[in-house]
Design a protein around this ligand. Structure first.
Ligand code: ATP
Ligand code: MG
Length: 157
C-alpha cells in the first residue's frame, strides 16, 4: 500500500495518545519529511512496530518528567523514524541483544514492568521484511533512541 509517511506517523502518534491516555508524558514531534513523500508499507504492521517501541519507552521511563521525541528525516531513498525517550537507558553490554527474541535486560529491573521480550524482535522482523533497518542508541541513565528506516517510493515507480 502506498502511504504518505509523514501523515501516517502523525496519525499513529495521535492514536497512541488517545489509546494510552498517558497525560504525564510529553510528546514532541520533529517532522522534516515532505507531505507527499510515499512509502510502500503494510500499515498495520508498521503501526505495530511504532506501538512496540513507544510501549517500551513508556514502560522504561521511570522519571516524573517523561519526554518522548519523535523525529522524521528524509534522505534520497529512505525516511528515518527515530523515537527517543529520556528513561533509564540500556547498558552498552546489553544493547546488542535487545532485538533478540525473549531478551530482557536485568530481570530485577524488569519484573515489575512485565513483558516477554518479544516486542523489539517483532519490530526488527517487520522492518527487515520491508527492506529497512532498525537499530538502537542508548546512554545509561539518560535515555534510549530506537531508529528505523523505510524505503521511499521513487518518482516513476
Ligand atoms: P514485550 O515487549 O514482549 O512486552 P519487553 O518490553 O521486555 O517485552 P522488548 O520490547 O523486546 O521486550 O525489549 C527488550 C528489552 O530491552 C526490554 O526488556 C528492556 O530491558 C530493554 N528496553 C527496550 N526498550 C527500552 C527503553 N526504551 N528503555 C530502556 N530499556 C529498554
Ligand atoms: Mg516491549
Amino acid at each position: 500500500e502506498d502511504i504518505q509517511v509523514s501523515r501516517f506517523i502523525e496519525d499513529c502518534m495521535d492514536e497512541l495518545k488517545l489509546e494510552q491516555g498517558h497525560g504525564d508524558i510529553k510528546i514532541k514531534m520533529q517532522n522534516q519529511v515532505e507531505e507527499d513523500t510515499l512509502v510502500i508499507i503494510d500499515s498495520q504492521k508498521i503501526r505495530r512496530v511504532i506501538f512496540n517501541i513507544v510501549q517500551n519507552a513508556i514502560k522504561y521511563m521511570e522519571k516524573d518528567d517523561k519526554i518522548l521525541t519523535i523525529s522524521l528525516t528524509e534522505r534520497q531513498d529512505t525516511v528515518s523514524i527515530s523515537i527517543m525517550d529520556n528513561g533509564v537507558g540500556i547498558k552498552k553490554e546489553q544493547l546488542p541483544f535487545i532485538f533478540n527474541k525473549f531478551y530482557r535486560v536485568d530481570e530485577s529491573r524488569n519484573t515489575k514492568a512485565g513483558g516477554t521480550g518479544l516486542g523489539l524482535s517483532i519490530a526488527k522482523q517487520i522492518i527487515e521484511a520491508h527492506g529497512g533497518t532498525i537499530w538502537a542508541r542508548s546512554q545509561q541513565g539518560e535515555g534510549t533512541t530506537i531508529c528505523f528506516t523505510l524505503k521511499k517510493v521513487m518518482n516513476g515507480e
